[in-house]
Design a protein around this ligand. Structure first.
Ligand SMILES: Nc1ncnc2c1ncn2[C@@H]1O[C@H](COP(=O)(O)OP(=O)(O)O)[C@@H](O)[C@H]1O
Ligand SMILES: [Mg+2]
Length: 258
């Protein structure tokens, strides 16, 4: 049994008259790869931002390793959909950023940064600037930067959402390969059900706003996973159940808006 590292307890987030999240509970075990699905506007980003310490619950509490989260920290690495690289820094210096903040000697920063750049397939791009890179390469840089800090958890909010289909599939395989090697604990928001099942060790579905966890399933697929498992019976069966669950919530969200 793995130890729980993150616990979300009765978390609610209200924005003036809008209740974005209601009484949300989630336990995340060490080495879990949790994918989060739910209709647009149900509070997925709000939940992730609260775990990141970028937002605060109006009720309830989130603990990481038994300590209440009250702000951002190097123990949580973030990769969001919109590119969050520093445009004035090279790829290498983007990856070194957190290590430099921590006062590491330059040689050690470079050693770690080059290692992660190689891991994400950007060995030859260390001296490039973000605007010289494709979207997929920018997200690989963001991933290398997050991993270089050796965080307790990776928080990813639709990190591949803006990429074309082929690039997205390659990014999924890249991240999955890194996870299979390092078993980092991951919280990963996506609206892509295939992606949620392929990547996750557990998939949760959130209800229409105000969001809460509606369904929580362990993904019954072994590692290492090859993309061909997407046509296996276990994959398609879980995908069908999740498709139904998400669809019901998308319809509920539409009814709310009407
Ligand atoms: N800063 C904010 N101020 C007011 N309302 C917000 C704010 N952030 C999010 N919301 C609202 O909270 C709900 C959940 O938003 P969000 O977490 O971004 O959803 P998701 O990521 O699932 O699409 C939405 O109705 C959104 O409009
Ligand atoms: Mg969102």
């Amino acid at each position: 049994m793995s130890m729980n590292i993150l616990s979300v307890r009765g978390v609610e987030r209200r924005f003036d008259t809008t209740l974005a999240l209601q009484a949300t509970d989630l336990d995340v075990a060490e080495n879990d790869f949790i994918t989060i699905l739910g209709p647009s506007g149900c509070g997925k980003s709000t939940l992730l931002r609260i775990v990141a310490g970028l937002d605060h619950p109006t009720r309830g509490e989130v603990q990481l390793d038994g300590r209440r989260i009250s702000g951002p920290g190097a123990d949580r690495g973030m990769v969001f959909q919109s590119y969050t690289l520093f445009p004035w820094l090279s790829v290498l210096d983007n990856v070194c950023f957190g290590l430099r903040e921590r006062g590491w000697p330059r040689a050690r920063q470079l050693d770690v940064a080059h290692g992660f750049l190689a891991k994400v397939g950007l060995k030859g791009f260390a001296e490039h600037y973000p605007k010289q890179l494709s979207g997929g390469m920018q997200q690989r840089t963001a991933l290398a930067r997050a991993l270089a800090n050796d965080p307790r958890m990776l928080l990813m909010d639709e990190p591949f959402g803006a990429l074309d289909h082929q690039t997205r599939e390659l990014m999924q395989e890249l991240l999955l390969g890194i996870w299979e090697e390092q078993r980092k604990t991951v919280l990963f928001v996506t609206h892509d059900i295939d992606e949620a099942v392929f990547m996750g060790s557990r998939v949760v579905v959130m209800s229409a706003r105000p969001g809460r966890i509606k369904l929580d399933r362990v993904v019954p697929l072994v590692h290492p996973r090859h993309y061909s498992i997407k046509t296996s019976p276990a994959f398609t069966e879980l995908k069908a159940e999740l498709t139904e669950a998400v669809r019901a919530e998308v319809l509920a969200a539409q009814a709310q808006a009407a």
